[in-house]
Design a protein around this ligand. Structure first.
Ligand SMILES: C[S@@+](CC[C@H](N)C(=O)[O-])C[C@H]1O[C@@H](n2cnc3c(N)ncnc32)[C@H](O)[C@@H]1O
Length: 467
């Protein structure tokens, strides 16, 4: 029998014992899956089943809390005030192509990397040694010091342009081990800035100026995307979508980053489709409109997983033209694309379902309500409104693995003057549209942190609709 360790309440030992318990649970679950031991070099934790991921997240949360506790109040602050240095080294790695100058299969010296990138050896060494503290690159084990090899994260930066475009320096789920030969051949154009670290973070630092500039406007007048930090940087009246329209390279990086998230388990459209009972909707002649459906990625997945549902993808002229070109002939009879501004009244009537994926979090409450109100002419008794978004927890939330959502919320605030929402906030938005639009709750997407928030249009006197 194993000895039972006990420890004073609240002690480091007590916390460590909880961590030990989780570590042992995680190891046994992974062993049952025949997974190889994960390392910084090769991440074997991809596509874990939901229950193992839950244990993994608990393990991350507890170890993070232990680290914070051990750092102490001033230690936590010291880490935070220097956090910008992580972004700086990531930018340097990106801009000078340092990850590409380390071969995928053998070490390179600081000098070789310096020669290949046109930088002083000492600069390369200082940048990479800082990055190594985040397990981006490491020194070749068993060799004299100064020989750099890839870790999983640096290899990802070297080989996957979309991951680089997305480059969240602290994305705990960056994964790398499944490199196809095609991925290995990808090259990243030099000096392409990184979307989040550079394109968006450099806007976000102007948040305080934006707050001060517009804070005295009354209530809902301070609710426009033109009042975000974006307009401080790009000039009065500018929104980030306008900036993207006028800058092709930036727009391409932005789509790359979105693609990277969509490919990850969290944003996986297949998981979203698998988590919703489409059967009740999937009747002959039933119509679902994907509002702001882009080039139709979600519509294609829904069509593939249903039999009858007719899908209409509405978006601005650019994406719908592209979506129509990309549409495989096999789905030609099921999906149509039409240009429609979602602030204008819905031109189609008697629609069975409206679907909005990653739309409303880019808009303030006032504008989110406007977008939903514009759908009203298309409603009939029983019309469902399905909103695929993050749902922030309603209560206080200190789990580290939930920080991603808080990061996104700050990003929405700074760049779009918009927000992520809790379930209560979603309910308020829906109830502000029309008394006939009834909030029905939210349905978590299995294996993801997204949800589908659901509302149904109910005409008085008709049979109430359930979930
Ligand atoms: C964050 S993307 C989400 C795209 C898609 N739903 C998805 O899940 O990938 C927002 C979409 O809203 C579209 N959009 C922005 N303003 C719009 C407007 N006024 N009318 C219609 N679509 C708009 C954009 O073109 C873009 O495709």
């Amino acid at each position: 029998m194993k000895p039972t360790l006990t420890a004073p309440v609240g002690s480091f030992t007590e916390l460590a014992l909880e961590i030990l318990q989780l570590a042992s649970e995680l190891d046994s679950k992974l062993a049952r899956q025949n997974r190889k031991q994960t390392t910084f070099e090769f991440d074997t934790l991809q596509d874990l089943p939901t229950d193992i991921n839950a244990t993994r997240k608990e393990f991350i949360n507890k170890t993070h809390a232990a680290k914070q506790l051990a750092l102490g109040a001033s230690g936590i602050l010291r880490e935070l005030v220097f956090q910008f240095t992580d972004d700086i080294t990531l930018r340097a790695i990106h801009d000078f192509g340092l990850a590409q100058h380390v071969p995928l299969d053998r070490p390179a010296t600081f000098q070789e990397i310096g020669q290949a990138s046109g930088l002083d050896t000492s600069i390369v060494e200082r940048i990479l040694r800082h990055a190594m503290t985040n397990h981006i690159f490491s020194e070749a084990p068993g060799m004299p010091s100064g020989r750099v090899v890839h870790t999983g994260t640096s290899r990802l930066l070297a080989t996957n342009p979309d991951a680089l475009a997305a480059a969240f320096p602290k994305d705990i789920f960056l994964t790398t081990s499944r490199l196809s030969s095609e991925q290995k051949q990808w090259t990243i154009p030099a000096n392409e800035p990184i979307v989040l670290v550079k394109d968006l973070a450099s806007i976000s630092i102007h948040l305080n100026e934006a707050i001060l500039r517009w804070r005295d406007l009354p209530g809902d007048e301070r609710d426009e995307p033109t009042q975000a930090a974006t307009a401080i940087v790009y000039g009065p009246g500018q929104t980030y979508f306008e900036v993207l329209k006028n800058d092709e390279a930036r727009a391409a990086r932005f789509s790359g980053a979105m693609r990277h998230f969509a490919e990850g388990a969290d944003g996986d459209v297949e998981r979203m489709v698998a988590s919703y009972p489409w059967d009740a909707l999937d009747t002959e002649k039933a119509v679902l409109i994907d509002i702001g459906g882009g080039t139709g990625g979600a519509a294609r997945a829904i069509a593939t997983n249903t039999q009858h549902l007719q899908l209409v993808v509405q978006d601005l002229p650019g994406p719908v033209t592209k979506g129509a070109e990309l549409l495989p002939p096999t789905l030609g009879s099921r999906i149509v694309f039409e240009a429609h501004d979602f602030f204008e009244a819905q031109p189609r009537q008697g629609v069975d379902a409206f679907f909005l994926r990653y739309i409303l979090h880019n808009w303030s409450d006032k504008n989110a309500v406007r977008i939903l109100k514009a759908l009203v002419p298309g409603m009939k008794h029983g019309t469902r409104v399905l909103i695929n978004e993050y749902v922030l927890p309603d209560g206080p939330e200190t789990r580290y693995t939930q920080k991603f959502h808080r990061n996104l919320d700050i990003l929405m605030l700074t760049v779009w003057n918009a927000k992520e929402r809790t379930e209560t906030m979603w309910k308020e938005i829906i109830e502000a549209v029309d008394p006939k639009l009834r909030f029905k709750g939210s349905r978590p997407i299995e294996g993801s942190t997204f949800s589908i928030v659901e509302a149904v249009w109910e005409e008085p006197g008709a049979t109430p609709m359930g979930k």
